[in-house]
Each structure stands twice: as structure tokens, then as C-alpha cells.
Design a protein around this ligand. Structure first.
Ligand SMILES: [Zn+2]
Length: 201
């Protein structure tokens, strides 16, 4: 086995969370600010320049004492089946977290993850939108319309009209597929959304 460090280089900058090299995941996609790289050790993915620990921590909502933070889980089954169509990939999210990458990051501010639980409603919504993205030119059209995500509309007006119609037509069948898929993912601890609580050491 080749150690992961052997892959380090300008194309493979270190992961802000764990220091292992990042590898190419998605070259480019409309609405994203550059290529997306991922860490094969802790699972974190980053759009554009990876930055450091401070930037990654700043992107993680700072919870009030004892409050939970919900993340779209890059290590979830939805991200795996969705790839570039994963609903967690949005223009407003530069860092795509996993519970493990967050464990590594918050250790830098003397915190531990005290609980990490599947968050059913956002998880099923993410799986649902990931399936819908497989049918549309744009991304996150349905969740965007519901005000639950930043949508990336298609470039041409006819594509946008078609996307709106498809989102309505496929909404129910996609939900019927998404619910059992996401329940299975959660049972395998690969849920699409996870609620984390932190504790100071
Ligand atoms: Zn990492």
C-alpha cells in the first residue's frame, strides 16, 4: 500500500482538517467556484482553494453553548450516489463536511463531538433533491423554490422552464424513492444530514 503522503504536491494540497493530501473529485460544475477536491482520510471536500484550519472552522456554524449544528454529510450515501449532482454541493458551501472531518477540526478549539445523530427531515430532503438533480439541467431547483437551498438554475430559458416542470412531475415519485433509500442509508450510518453537538474538553 502506498502511504497517502506520497500523493502530496501542488495538485494535492493538504486537507485542512487532517493534513492528508486532497484528491480531485469534481472538475467543474456550473455554480461552483472551482474544482472540488476531497480527502480520502477524513472525507472533507473543498471547492476551490482548500485554505487552512481557521477558514474551515469559520465555515462551520459556531453553535451557541450546547446547541447542535446540522451538516450535509459528504460521507453519506446521497453524496456517493449523487456525485456532481449531490444536493449538498451548493454555491454557498465551500467546505463539505463529514462527522469525522468535524471531529478533527473542532479538536483545534479544544472541543469534542459529544453526539452525532441522523437528522431525518433535512436528510430526506437532501436525498430527494439529489435524485431530482438527476432529471434536471440546473441543480437544487425544488429546494431552491422552497427556500431551503441555493439553486443553480440552468443557463437557457427553455431549460429552466423544463426544469420547473420536471421538478413538479418527478417530485412525488422521487420522494417515494428517497424516503426508503435514506432510511437504509441512516441504518448503515451513511445518512445525508447529521446533527452534531460539541463539548469543551
Ligand atoms: Zn482530511
Amino acid at each position: 500500500m502506498v502511504p497517502l503522503e506520497a500523493g502530496a504536491g501542488p495538485q494535492n494540497p493538504p486537507c485542512p482538517a487532517c493534513g492528508e493530501p486532497l484528491f480531485g473529485w469534481i472538475d467543474q460544475r456550473p455554480g461552483l467556484d472551482g474544482p472540488v477536491r476531497r480527502c480520502e482520510s477524513c472525507g472533507l471536500a473543498v471547492t476551490g482553494e482548500p485554505g487552512g484550519v481557521g477558514e474551515a472552522l469559520a465555515a462551520l456554524d459556531e453553535p451557541a453553548d450546547g446547541e447542535a449544528v446540522t451538516i450535509a454529510n459528504r460521507a453519506g450515501f446521497a453524496a456517493w450516489i449523487g456525485g456532481a449532482g449531490w444536493a449538498g454541493l451548493t454555491p454557498d458551501r465551500r467546505y463539505l463536511f463529514t462527522p469525522e472531518s468535524i471531529r478533527r477540526l473542532v479538536a483545534n478549539r479544544d472541543q469534542v463531538v459529544s453526539s452525532a445523530r441522523w437528522s431525518p427531515a433535512p436528510a430526506i430532503a437532501l436525498m430527494w433533491q439529489t435524485i431530482l438533480n438527476g432529471f434536471t439541467f440546473g441543480h437544487n431547483i425544488a429546494l431552491g423554490a422552497l427556500g431551503r437551498s441555493e439553486a443553480t438554475p440552468a443557463t437557457k430559458p427553455w431549460q429552466r422552464r423544463l426544469d420547473n416542470a420536471i421538478s413538479v412531475l418527478v417530485a412525488i415519485p422521487a420522494l417515494i424513492a428517497a424516503a426508503p433509500l435514506e432510511l437504509t442509508a441512516a441504518a448503515c450510518r451513511r445518512g445525508a444530514a447529521v446533527r452534531l453537538r460539541f463539548k469543551l474538553l
